[in-house]
Design a protein around this ligand. Structure first.
Ligand code: GDG
Length: 468
């Protein structure tokens, strides 16, 4: 069996099961994938160094071998806080109003991708499969090829892929996309993002696209395909049944004193639609005075990317909105929004999800959204809660039995809250059973197997790799 070399911006293996923290969806998914495949996870340590040396720090944590490098402060500014999080992240989430086009960011991005390439090469053996993750590392494959790496390589993008009309606002967009075509497999979360990508390569670059999903480029065929990511279903359900989850459940239930509970769990990010969510709840309270004092929204929002101004801004906005809505609707013994800027252990999250009558997942744009799937997995099938899900999350393409909403419409979301609270048990059970089947069957294991099989497919003489 070929080894897997996973490359992502950050390497994040939990120190111990149940450790607290604001792990992103990427980390959660990869941990379970790497535990089964022997291999190495390579990336940035999250640490600064005065001068880049490329020194590899190798560790073995929880059955996963990791190799990390430190980056210079200028690298972190230009590559991570700059091109990745001030340019590509907003652009890929359709926010060109927040997208910054600074030439130094692009230079830093290329420099750090080259540093990643130089550092990871000594780890790569001839039969290894190289699996690169996300928007931080789009050109890494082309840099590895230039340095003579002929292994099968694939990239999976966890974010959306933007429509061509938005992407062309990025200087050097052709160069960026052409560099991605050095991979053998390019994976997206959904058919929609895949179609946007195919539109770009066929219309902007004029490349032939075949019925089997391959793109023809410089004598090679590259497979572009949707691989919807899922949750580690078994691990999550087991966590949800643990004593810690039960304790978290009991504590939360006791504190809401028989009221209805809605839950949101999101990194503090403008793409997650938190401001609109709070306003929708405010509208619900205004429009349904009989419900005042009966419904609580628990929003867990661990801070993220705090060095980027737009993230400081969203934090201030949310504090203001929470104060405003709580000021208008609170009573001496009741506060409608519990807004918590910290992370919890996963087992606690599972207990919180199970305690909630409604899962409120309303991003303005999201590659997939794992919280929606975790909420479903954590429910008691005999008395499940209702998932309210944004139509603009990738997850909405699979979780069609959720109450799908337009998160920009305060009225629409407010009405969905009312409908969810009034929903009879039989309908809740019916919807949940279908949602659960999808979350269970299309889990993270399936995602990994499908992606790795596609990478292998290239090797097994399906003949798309060609000689390089
Ligand atoms: C990116 C894409 C895509 C959150 N708070 C805590 C905590 N979390 C965990 C959740 C969930 C994960 O973080 C968040 O995943 P999402 O998918 O919701 O969102 P992103 O972080 O934006 O992830 C996204 C994902 O990559 C995977 O491909 O779905 O579209 O944007 O697992 O539970 N975990 C713990 N404590 C917290 O307080 N332990």
């Amino acid at each position: 069996m070929s080894r897997l070399i996973v490359v992502s911006n950050r390497v994040s293996v939990p120190k111990a099961a149940g450790a607290a923290g604001a792990q992103g969806g990427l980390a959660v998914a990869l941990n379970s994938a790497l535990r089964e495949h022997r291999g190495i996870w390579f990336g940035w340590s999250g640490q600064e160094t005065e001068e880049f040396t490329g020194h590899l720090n190798m560790q073995r944590i929880n059955d996963v071998t990791t190799a990390t490098i430190d980056l210079e402060p200028q690298d972190i500014d230009e590559y991570y806080n700059g091109y990745a999080n001030r340019t590509l992240w907003p652009l890929f989430h359709y926010r060109i109003d927040l997208t910054e086009y600074d030439r130094s960011f692009g230079e830093g991005y290329e420099r750090v991708n080259a540093r990643f390439a130089t550092s990871v090469i000594p780890l790569i053996e001839p039969d290894d499969l190289v699996w690169v993750h996300d928007y931080h590392l789009l050109p890494l494959g082309s840099m590895l090829r230039r340095k003579g790496i002929n292994n099968r390589m694939g990239i999976f993008l966890h974010t959306p892929w933007p429509p061509t009309r938005l992407l062309v606002s990025l200087p050097f967009h052709e160069r960026l996309v052409a560099s991605m075509l050095e991979y053998d497999v390019i994976g997206f979360q959904t058919q929609e993002w895949l179609e946007s990508f195919m539109h770009y390569v066929s219309k902007e670059m004029g490349l032939p696209v075949n019925d089997d999903g391959t793109i023809e480029y410089q004598g090679r065929k590259i497979l572009a395909k949707a691989f919807p990511i899922g949750v580690d279903y078994d691990e999550f359900v087991e966590g949800a049944r643990s004593a810690e989850a039960q304790e978290a459940y009991d504590r939360l239930k006791a504190s809401i004193r028989g009221r209805k509970l809605m839950i949101g769990v999101d990194r503090l990010d403008y793409s997650k639609g938190l401001g609109e969510r709070f306003e929708s709840f405010g509208r619900f309270l205004t429009d349904n005075p009989d419900q005042a004092g009966n419904v609580v929204l628990l929003q867990i929002a661990p801070p993220s990317r705090g060095d980027v101004a737009s993230y400081q801004q969203i934090r201030e906005d949310l504090e203001r909105k929470t104060g405003h809505i709580n000021g208008a609707h609170a009573d001496v013994a009741f506060v409608p929004i519990r807004y918590v800027n910290r992370g919890y252990p996963r087992s606690h999250l599972a207990g919180f999800y199970r305690a909630a009558n409604i899962g409120l997942v309303t991003p303005l744009r999201d590659g997939m959204n794992l919280v929606a799937k975790e909420y479903v997995a954590a429910q008691d099938p005999e008395d499940p809660g209702v998932l309210i899900l944004s139509q603009f999350a990738g997850a909405a393409q699979q979780l069609t039995e959720a109450l799908l909403v337009n998160p920009h419409s305060i009225e629409h979301v407010s009405e969905a809250i009312k409908r969810a609270l009034d929903m009879p048990l039989s309908e809740r059970k019916q919807r949940h059973a279908k949602l659960l089947a999808s979350v269970r069957d299309e889990d993270v294991l399936r995602w990994r197997e499908d992606f790795v099989a596609a990478l292998f497919g290239q090797a097994d003489g399906n003949g798309t790799n060609g000689d390089k």
